[in-house]
Design a protein around this ligand. Structure first.
Ligand code: WT7
Length: 656
């Protein structure tokens, strides 16, 4: 890669700019009066009562946006489009994994479904503020369940269906969820795979990590998806199709306070325990709706919009549900993987439904690159008019490939930086306005203030790496970590406490042209295919094995997944002797991580080593392990307690 490559810019196409939802004045309008700007954006939504103040930051770092305003998120995503005469518009083109298994649902139908589900949930005696866990594949009922919760003020906690039962249990317990909504199973590569069985395991007392059954859970609502056999507890379990369809389609949504908690979403931090990120209603929905409109240049009634993220992640919440539906979008929801039944699937869907906006992740783009350009080439993708990327830094090569082979060399690409914590996009080009550079997220959106600073909170000069910080509160910002406000303050606000900056955990730099480059995490969080996993989470799963004394985990560069998990483990005395068994032990460890956390957390490499590199004070030097995992010759080992350690690891390790 030459310097020239990194400086190549793409100016917005004049024809695109001409029709874009916002123009260049958007930035100035926002910076002229930030709060007035957000006040104006909040008026995109229907409020039951207006706010008295745009932002109350006196309780910093806990913000209140649109103070005393009341609204219903579900009404804003569903009913109001029907009332505006758009009930016949398709809200979701649902595409099942088995080909030929699809269903379109209009906004009017969605309103009926959401109302029925809300009526059932309220018949259970749940009250606003109660938590509901949702552990489901991408089904229409998943969307209905989320919107029904929002309608009743029930705080949903979606748990990615690829997570293990242990992970589900810890999230259910942390939030004291009263209801779990799930499915009997899910289709994966043409075959039904059990899902409810995982819920049974999670809620029972069979997991090593739990002490007795989950006491908070009163009901498990089960969608029949695959028809596979399931175990049943009559007192606790109910089939969705036996209780929801018979409910009334009349349901009047109640308005909730702007700061009512809309959802929790657990994400990895630097310690083993996942954080329940709290998002509230008014500010979140405002920024979700605004950013979905301007970043994707979305035109309701014309565009066919596809965000490929699973609802188990924040992207699936903000750009799969709340952003697009609040804007009356027609969305694609696809249940399966990109290669079921073969690598053509995404392109067939784009072609069949005339997808115009496609929002996906670098890891998938790199997978498409591996599969080859012939695959997209054999489809008519000319409906696409905008491409988006999210989840990790997109390498310039993938960016160019995306533009050329999916975007026909013509369409804008928006590289969007944000986090579970930010709730909505913070840094991204505006497609009709901002010049783009392959690999750069460019600049903060209107109404958002960021900086790149050194450890002393001083803004760093161009081309110098610093910490990405957010310098002013924003509407969709998290309001805390569920049950642990101290951790909230500590994690995000203690680093630059004096300045009151939000510490994002990413490294970044400005280039000489003022474009922002996000350079990856500066903490112990790894990014595997756009999924956040902490090193200590994986380490605790490994040391939970009887044979393991100690483990150190690093994220190493990987061509396809961005980073891959590489683990180094020391065995307990008793397990060391038998070298023949090391390989099968490595397999066992990998399987253990998979069941403790998720298959996505499975280490790519595990090396059994005699010792780990530690400083004299006993701190593991992960940097040296990362160098080794990425094939670089060890850096400075002078601070190691034993300078020969790296050599021992290199020569004596068993790797698998
Ligand atoms: C972390 C947040 C936001 C939805 C998906 C991930 C990385 C995200 C980008 C991007 C460079 C990115 C950051 C961030 N990240 N988008 N466009 N360029 N890095 O949400 O699981 O909360 O992870 O993902 O490291 O901190 P998340």
């Amino acid at each position: 890669m030459t310097d020239h490559d990194l400086n190549e810019t793409f100016a917005p196409d004049p024809a695109f700019a001409e029709q874009a939802n916002v123009g260049a004045d958007e930035y100035e309008r926002a910076s002229a009066d930030r709060l007035a700007f957000w006040d104006e954006q909040a008026r995109r939504l229907d409020w039951a009562s207006e706010w008295n103040e745009v932002l109350d930051w006196t309780g910093a770092p806990v913000a209140k946006w649109f103070v005393d305003g009341t609204l219903n998120a579900s009404y804003n995503c569903v009913d109001r489009h029907v009332e505006a005469g758009n009930g016949d518009r398709v809200a979701i083109h649902w595409v099942g994994e088995p080909t030929e298994d699809s269903r379109d649902i209009t906004y009017a139908e969605l309103k009926d479904e959401v109302s029925r589900a809300a009526n059932y949930l309220s018949s259970l005696g749940l009250a606003a503020g109660d938590r509901v866990a949702i552990y489901m594949p991408l089904l229409l009922e998943t969307y209905v369940a989320m919107l029904a919760c929002a309608r009743l003020g029930l705080t949903h906690s979606v748990v990615f269906a690829g997570f293990s039962s242990a992970a589900l249990r810890s999230r259910v317990d942390d939030a004291s969820a009263k209801v779990v909504i799930t499915a009997d199973g899910q289709f994966r590569r043409g075959k039904p795979a059990p899902l409810k069985a995982g819920v049974d395991e999670a809620l029972g007392d069979s997991l090593p990590s739990v002490d007795g059954p989950a006491e908070s859970v009163q009901k498990v609502l089960v969608v029949r998806r695959t028809g596979i056999d399931v175990d049943w507890q009559d007192e606790r379990d109910v089939w969705w199709d036996e209780v929801v369809p018979g409910q009334s389609t009349e349901h009047t949504p109640e308005a909730f306070d702007s700061e009512h908690p809309l959802f929790l979403l657990y994400t990895s931090g630097t310690t083993g325990k996942p954080k329940g990120i709290v998002h509230t209603t008014g500010g979140y929905l405002t920024q979700a709706s605004y950013t979905h409109d301007v970043v994707f240049d979305h035109k309701p009634g014309k565009d066919v919009y596809w965000c490929t993220a699973d609802v188990g992640w924040v992207t699936g919440h903000t750009y799969g549900v709340y952003g697009p539906l609040s804007n009356g979008a027609t969305c694609i929801v696809y249940e399966g993987t990109p290669n079921s039944p073969n690598e053509h699937r995404h392109f067939e869907i784009i072609e069949k439904y005339g997808v115009t906006i496609y929002y996906s992740a670098p890891t998938l783009i790199r997978t498409f690159m591996k599969w080859g350009r012939e695959i997209p080439k054999s489809h008519d993708l000319s409906s696409i008019r905008l491409l988006g990327s999210v989840g990790e830094p997109i390498n310039p090569e993938a960016w160019r490939w995306y533009r050329e082979h999916i975007g026909g060399n013509a369409v804008p690409i928006v590289d969007t930086w944000w986090q579970t914590e930010t709730g909505a996009i913070m840094i991204s080009p505006l497609p009709g306005v901002t010049e783009t550079k392959p690999g750069s997220a460019m600049r903060a959106l209107p109404g958002i203030d960021i900086s790149v600073v050194n450890g002393d909170a001083q803004e760093v000069p161009a081309e110098e790496q610093g910490f990405l910080v957010i310098t002013e509160p924003w509407p969709a910002m998290l309001r805390g970590i569920w049950g642990d406000m101290e951790r909230y303050r500590d994690t995000y606000w203690s680093r630059f406490a004096e300045e009151g900056y939000y510490f994002a955990g990413d490294g970044a730099k400005w280039d000489a042209d003022g474009a922002l480059w996000v350079l990856g995490r500066v903490d112990d969080v790894m990014n595997i295919s756009g999924h956040r996993i902490s090193t200590s989470e994986v380490e605790s799963a490994l040391v939970g094995h009887d044979s393991v004394a100690e483990a150190a985990v690093v994220g190493a560069d990987d061509e396809t997944t961005g980073q891959a998990i590489v683990a180094y483990v020391i065995l307990r005395e008793s397990a060391v002797d038998n070298h023949d068994q090391h390989r099968s032990l490595i397999d066992e460890l990998r399987a253990r991580v998979s069941t403790e956390i998720s298959p996505i957390a499975k280490p790519r490499d595990i090396t059994i080593v005699p010792e780990l590199p530690k400083t004299r004070s006993g701190k593991i030097m992960r940097r040296l392990l990362k160098d080794m995992a990425e094939g670089r010759d060890g850096g400075d080992t002078s601070t190691l307690s034993d300078p020969t350690i790296m050599e021992q690891i290199r020569t004596k390790g068993t790797r698998g």
